[in-house]
Ligand binder design. Structure first.
Ligand code: BG6
Length: 511
């Protein structure tokens, strides 16, 4: 459980306070923190939005969200009442200075009431079109000025391409210092993602073999069984490359491939991550079709239910060319990883949900066992499962019991739930708590975001110039377009469906 004793009095101003993100993620996470006694002694949540509604209407809506999405499930009325007392609603236009003047007055009032300096977190939970506007108004109203007190939080998408990301970063920088800007990638708040650093750098065991000499290739997978749900409008404009690869998958790549950090300082870790992005070999425009595969789902069956094709989803154009699946092959040009392929894959409406990283080790340099012992031989592999399973599985060779020397693969498993009694906090709880603590380690810096866009620009440009002729090219409920196999070098494979988030079934063989 996190403790609240170091936290300063804080006002959360949520722009888009009547919206989906506030209802589904932010307020349930704040509620869970509060229930764990991890909120400051003095805090207030001001939801700002355009619609007319009073405090009570907003609280009722948020109560419903907390009941549905709070990690801790059941909400006691008394607990909710106590928490709801911290929430208020301010109706206002995001593009009117008066909205911000009122906010300033509200914060000044709280400062007086609490007899302390108030830390202000300005959270943009609005459509992206407002991301460039709100910081300007906060600047004009003098609310961005006090560096130690004011923070701004921005959700992805941070830009639509490199140019727009640069423009957005410039607007933010014109009004806030970089140390005040928190760019959220919620994947970085997941316990299992943070555990990648712990596993790599708190144990001397694997780091010596974490390189091109021992690693054959790496796969990074984040696939989902769900479709675009209620977000067709946003998604049809974005697509899988912008929605998942530019942020979540490249962040995972950074954590797997980065050099050991010297200290746990935010900028030290972010420097090491940005080094990875700078090392990614630029994708040659002429080779985009050989190293990146895109796909879009058609109708199919998922979990025994018939589901519509992407083009039939609400908010999606009936002749949409947007990709709902991407697989790509990247190389890092540095000493550690030269010539080791990193295969990244993401998609919607695949067979099942699974996010995981698999490190496939090379074979042994010399096979000393007799040929008949090694018929079932498979090289060692380490799988870090992010979700829905949370843990680490190491596959290695063992002697099968019996008079003959026969080798086969077995697994050693670490499971978060078994190892720790406590349930993992939701990623947003971790991230909101870090924002209150002013710790930017898990947030993306401007140069990271731009470096990630730079990697993908050749793909976006080539795709924009050559729309796919074959969409939809995979049926919902499958593992995506067959072309994704073509990216893999000989002898390499995507983790088999049975191995993804459902541990590899141990082969039962009579010997
Ligand atoms: C979001 C994407 O950032 O991440 C969604 O916009 C995706 O399209 C989601 O479904 C996946 O996150 P999680 O935590 O549900 O795996």
């Amino acid at each position: 459980m996190k403790t609240s004793d170091q936290l300063e009095p804080t006002v959360f101003v949520i722009f888009g306070g009547a919206g989906d993100l506030t209802w589904r993620k932010l307020v349930p996470a704040l509620f869970d923190l509060s229930r764990d006694r991890s909120m400051p002694d003095h805090f207030s949540i001001i939801a700002v939005d355009r619609s007319e509604m009073g405090d009570e209407t907003l609280r009722r809506r948020l109560h419903d969200g907390v009941k549905k999405f709070s990690r801790q499930g059941m909400v006691k009325t008394s607990e909710w009442r106590e928490f709801a007392g911290h929430i208020s609603y301010q109706q206002g236009e995001f593009k009117k200075l008066q909205t911000y003047t009122l906010l300033g007055e509200h914060c000044a009032k709280l400062e007086k009431e609490w007899g302390a300096k108030v830390h202000r977190v300005f959270y943009m939970a609005t459509p992206p079109s407002m991301f460039g506007e709100i910081p300007k108004y906060l600047g004009k109203a003098g609310l961005a000025r006090e560096q130690k007190l004011a923070r701004i939080v921005i959700e992805k998408p941070i830009g639509y391409d490199l140019e727009s990301a640069r423009a957005l970063n410039a607007t933010l920088a014109a009004n806030f210092d970089e140390s005040q800007i928190f760019r959220i990638d919620h994947y970085l708040g997941k316990e299992t993602v943070q555990n990648i650093l712990a596993f790599r750098f708190a144990n001397p065991l694997f780091e010596p073999i974490w390189n091109r000499r021992y690693v054959d290739y790496v796969t990074i997978t984040a696939v989902e069984a769900v479709g675009v749900e209620h977000r067709g409008g946003y998604y049809d404009h974005a697509g899988a490359l912008r929605d998942m690869v530019q942020n979540h998958l490249l962040q995972l790549l950074c954590l797997v491939a980065m050099e050991p950090m010297v200290s746990f300082e935010a900028d030290e870790i972010r420097n090491k991550k940005v080094d990875v992005l700078h090392a990614v070999r630029p994708i040659d425009r002429d080779a985009v079709h050989q190293c990146v595969v895109r796909g879009q789902y058609g109708r199919g069956w998922v979990g025994g239910k018939k589901v519509p094709g992407y083009r039939e989803e609400d908010g999606v154009s009936p002749d949409s060319q947007t990709e709902t699946f991407v697989a790509l092959r990247l190389f890092l040009d540095n000493w550690r990883w030269q010539d080791v392929p990193f295969y990244l894959r993401t998609g919607k409406r695949l067979t099942r949900q699974a996010s995981e990283i698999a490190i496939q080790f090379r074979g042994v340099p010399h096979q000393s066992f007799p040929a008949e012992s090694t018929l079932d031989w498979q090289s060692s592999r380490l799988v870090m499962s992010i979700q829905p399973d949370e843990g680490i599985v190491l596959r290695f060779q063992a002697k099968h019991p019996g008079p003959k020397m026969h080798l086969r693969s077995v697994e050693m498993q670490f499971d978060y739930q078994d190892a720790f009694a406590a349930r993992s906090p939701d990623a947003y709880e971790t991230l909101l708590w870090d924002i209150m603590k002013n710790d930017a380690t898990l947030f993306m810096r401007a140069d990271q975001v731009e470096a990630a866009w730079r990697i993908l620009m050749p793909v976006l440009d080539v795709w924009a110039a050559a729309p796919p002729g074959d969409f939809p090219n995979y049926a919902a409920g499958t593992w995506g377009p067959e072309d994704a196999q073509g990216l893999l070098a000989q002898g390499h494979s995507w983790p088999l469906p049975a191995e993804l988030s459902g541990h590899c079934p141990q082969e039962k063989k009579d010997l």
